[in-house]
Design a protein around this ligand. Structure first.
Ligand SMILES: NC(=O)C1=CN([C@@H]2O[C@H](COP(=O)(O)OP(=O)(O)OC[C@H]3O[C@@H](n4cnc5c(N)ncnc54)[C@H](OP(=O)(O)O)[C@@H]3O)[C@@H](O)[C@H]2O)C=CC1
Ligand SMILES: CC(=O)[C@@H](O)[C@H](O)COP(=O)(O)O
Ligand SMILES: [Mn+2]
Length: 388
């Protein structure tokens, strides 16, 4: 089992649940990072006594250093890399949100760390580069460097233990359907931030909760699965499963289907990643199928939740398309949460950006960051032009 870890994004939903898990497993936390929530970071540092702390926003550096004069305190993007590559850590939990997670993941792998990856935007934007970096670092027949935390990918990873890649026919990603399952576009015109943040089964950070409502989260997860499991998007299906008990499935060439089930509780996939290749303790509540009674399934509504369809198209086209999709979506969610655009506008503007996107080759991290910046600028020009 991993002995010493750093948590990037320790103040977020995954970060806080990771701390709960590591306390129960007796894992030592040597590094923590937050972006703005310095109060919670200070509390966590008092509780866990790590060696190194990072606060993303430089304006909180002095406050943090005053509280911990004897610790290593770092800030900004470089500070985040110091935590991702901190020599005493064997494993890094990447619980950052958005493209901010990409470079720390790459640096951690290059520094020889294992990475428990919750930050799906890493693989959406940088899947091709991560694959290249892993091919240099991953030794044949040794345990995987990159471990999934996203619940669906953890489920698939668990279903694939002991299986040969040639026997996998397809992956079936389950989706809750979000708060607007069964609704049509006309019903969504006036929904507000509160409605959108009312996820039916999971309690998560705001950005991913909005993504679940548009179903682009599932589109991102298709791309994430392509890179995690080296599979084409044509061989990944999405099925709506409103109870979020089956976290995903794998169908094999003989027609057999394996699934992983549990109540929706992210502590289980976090624990699995931190304990792998062992199993952890019983942290999550045991499943009672008799009480649950019904597990149901539906086809996704690709017409209403058209970003899922667009995400599949971007997944197929590859190169700069997923980068642009992510950048446009990050901006759209930000504008929505700031009350500047409506919920349907998220989908409409992201679709417009992708419609006008011209493919560019992605060979380096720099290419990704440039496409990301260009797309965000394009998004701002488009939306500011229309709302002013
Ligand atoms: N929450 C969940 O249940 C699940 C989440 N995921 C994925 O895990 C990742 C984390 O999600 P979640 O925990 O919900 O997100 P949260 O928004 O709750 O937490 C994000 C964390 O990252 C920090 N952060 C935010 N912006 C930056 C930045 N620009 N630079 C550095 N640090 C930053 C935040 O710091 P601060 O608090 O100081 O702002 C916080 O610690 C996402 O990629 C999400 O898609 C996947 C499956 C389930
Ligand atoms: C918990 C988790 O892994 C999320 O990504 C979850 O899947 C979101 O729910 P949706 O299925 O509604 O997107
Ligand atoms: Mn998920």
């Amino acid at each position: 089992m991993t002995k010493k870890i750093c948590i990037l994004g320790s103040t977020g939903s995954i970060g806080v649940q990771t701390i709960d898990v590591v306390k129960k497993l007796g894992i030592k936390v040597v590094g923590l990072s937050a972006h703005k929530n310095v109060e919670l970071l200070i509390k966590q540092a008092r509780d866990l006594n790590p060696d190194i702390l990072c606060i993303g926003d430089e304006k909180y550096y002095t406050l943090l250093k005053e509280n911990f004069p004897d610790k290593i305190v770092v800030t900004g993007e470089e500070g985040l890399i110091s935590i991702a590559t901190y020599p005493a850590a064997d494993l890094i939990v990447n619980a950052l949100v958005g493209i901010s997670g990409l470079v720390p993941t790459i640096e951690a792998i290059l520094a020889g760390k294992k990475v428990a990856l919750a930050n799906k935007e890493t693989l959406v934007t940088g899947g091709k580069i991560i694959k290249m970096v892993l091919s240099q670092k991953q030794e044949k027949d040794s345990l995987p460097i990159l471990l999934p935390v996203d619940s669906e990918h953890s489920a698939i990873f668990q279903c694939l233990v002991g299986e040969e890649k040639k026997n996998v026919k397809k992956i079936i990603l389950t989706a809750s359907g979000g708060p607007f399952r069964g609704k049509k576009l006309k019903d969504l015109q006036n929904v507000n931030v509160e409605d959108v943040l009312m996820h039916p089964t999971w309690n998560m950070g705001k950005k991913i909760t909005v993504d679940s409502a548009t179903l682009i989260n599932k589109g991102f997860e298709v791309i994430e699965a392509m890179f995690f499991f080296d599979i084409r998007c044509e061989d990944i299906d999405v099925v709506i499963h409103p109870q979020s008990i089956i976290h995903s499935m794998v169908e094999f060439v003989d027609g057999s289907v394996k699934a992983q089930l549990s109540y929706p509780d992210m502590r289980l996939p976090i624990e699995y990643a931190l304990s792998f290749p062992e199993r952890g303790k019983q942290i999550a509540v045991p499943l009672d199928l008799v009480k649950i009674k019904n597990l149901t399934f539906e086809e996704p509504d690709f017409d209403t939740f058209f970003l899922l369809k667009i995400a599949y198209e971007c997944a197929k086209k590859g190169e700069s398309y997923p980068v642009a999709l992510n950048a446009a979506n990050e901006e759209a969610v930000k504008y929505f949460l700031e009350g500047k655009i409506g919920f349907v506008d998220i989908m409409k503007y992201v679709a417009k950006i992708i419609e006008s996107h011209r493919v560019q080759k992605v060979e380096t991290i720099r290419d990704i960051l440039e496409i990301d910046a260009e797309t965000r600028q394009k998004f701002k020009n488009l939306v500011e032009g229309e709302i002013s």
